[in-house]
Design a protein around this ligand. Sequence first.
Ligand SMILES: Cc1cc2nc3c(=O)[nH]c(=O)nc-3n(C[C@H](O)[C@H](O)[C@H](O)COP(=O)(O)OP(=O)(O)OC[C@H]3O[C@@H](n4cnc5c(N)ncnc54)[C@H](O)[C@@H]3O)c2cc1C
Ligand SMILES: NC(=O)c1ccc[n+]([C@@H]2O[C@H](COP(=O)([O-])OP(=O)(O)OC[C@H]3O[C@@H](n4cnc5c(N)ncnc54)[C@H](O)[C@@H]3O)[C@@H](O)[C@H]2O)c1
Length: 453
Amino acid sequence: MMKQYDDIIIGFGKGGKTLAAELARRGHKVAMIERSDKMYGGTCINIGCIPTKTLVHAAKLAPHGVSWTDQKNYYAQAIRQKEDVVSLLRQKNYDNLTHHPNVTVYTGTGSFTAPDKVEVSLSGREKESLQAPRIFINTGAESIIPPIEGIKGNPHVFTSTSIMELKELPEKLAVIGGGYVGLEFASMYASFGSQVTVLEGHADLIPREDRDVADIVKEVLEKKGITFRMNAKVQSIAGKEIAVRDAVSEEPFHLEADAILLATGRRPFTEGLNLEAAGVETDERGAVKVNERLQTTNPHVWAIGDVKGGLQFTYISLDDYRIIREDLFGDSARSTADRDPVGYSVFIDPPLSRIGLNEEEALRKGLNVKIGKLPVAGIPRARTLGETEGLFKVVIDADTNKIVGCTLFGPESSEVLNSVAIAMKAGMDYTFLRDFIFTHPSMSEALNDLMNV
Ligand SMILES: Cc1cc2nc3c(=O)[nH]c(=O)nc-3n(C[C@H](O)[C@H](O)[C@H](O)COP(=O)(O)OP(=O)(O)OC[C@H]3O[C@@H](n4cnc5c(N)ncnc54)[C@H](O)[C@@H]3O)c2cc1C
Ligand SMILES: NC(=O)c1ccc[n+]([C@@H]2O[C@H](COP(=O)([O-])OP(=O)(O)OC[C@H]3O[C@@H](n4cnc5c(N)ncnc54)[C@H](O)[C@@H]3O)[C@@H](O)[C@H]2O)c1
């Protein structure tokens, strides 16, 4: 029998679960469909931000100069702690929705059968048919598995999800891909005590950043013991052996690793959704096509988060929820068009955080720029923390006095960046931060000096 709802949400991601609670609070009858009982709360809680940042923190505190057995024991304990944090949050996320009388959580895979109908395949052969005038797709993204021979069935090859289940610290770790996931895991495992090699296919590390910043990041990570092989084209993997070719010199080389992490990107996940039945189109990258208010090509179906392509961050999924909330219940003033600039942090040690344009991008745009640079070693708080590596850099439009971009590589940069973001969003001149009264000693107070250009 067809079950009627006001709203169906497919996927328990950040935006979807927040929207479910909001709709339920407003008296809507909501169905939330999640395909896995290990994924209530979505990627961030279970296999993304929260477990990685729990491990990044534990890695920072890892003992050094101790035996390999002690390092392994410490790592195993960190994995257990991570599991505790994740299961607590997963349960909390589940309870938050199931405790609401207006929400029904279905644990099964959702698939469209018509523009307003979704079938849920529950465990076993059971199915439920649901119908609603509004449907929201929040199915996230999946790891891209590169077409390299020897990956399938190889117990030494991992994705970011499966490596966090690995209970034994790998002595040697090879990371294929030097993006967000690659660098965060490389930095974390190096801190736990693994010997890490990053194999990056591109000629430059973090190509989106200014070269002066990228060079310092590379130098700091190399000091941690990480080896970088750029232009690295992995040819095949056999057990622990990786056959690589240098794309420039054409030289082949081999590498042995106890664990091999695939960190070659994530793409929108729409498998099994049967989008055609709903008239929902995808683009050439497989992302669900949306307009500025996140409506798909079917105006009664919306897409939220990673599944719609673009920036893959939890806070983007959350902001997608705000756009939809305002569209359904507010003045529809919010849209994806007024979102920029959006900041980000890569949680290496120390973290790398950035918002807006970098120097190279600003120059390419023909802006007349003033550049402020501050070595982290010159910041009193960095001294008290004993973490003096890194560089802060700001790009100011000399004609308007506005901050057009800021890159912070140093301790607590993921926090400090938010102050810069607020100043930028509020349209303040750079002098606002130059003359702002910050607490002392704090990393934020370095913005006084950074902006003193
Ligand atoms: C290792 C890692 C670290 C990260 N670290 C950060 C970070 O520090 N900060 C940050 O902001 N972002 C980080 N991200 C990115 C962030 O996790 C994602 O951008 C965010 O979680 C995406 O959320 P979402 O709302 O799109 O959906 P998701 O949270 O991905 O939820 C989608 C859900 O849909 C379910 N689903 C899929 N198909 C179906 C179906 N047909 N039927 C039913 N259910 C289905 C999935 O099981 C999943 O639970 C990280 C990602 C990874 C992989
Ligand atoms: N701190 C955070 O906010 C955070 C942390 C982790 C992940 N994420 C999100 O997850 C997404 C996915 O991260 P990711 O690091 O997997 O993707 P990414 O796109 O950031 O990086 C992938 C890297 O792999 C390289 N690559 C691709 N194919 C390769 C191959 N065959 N051999 C060698 N190198 C290859 C690319 O050149 C690129 O540098 C990110 O876009 C990000 O939004 C965010």
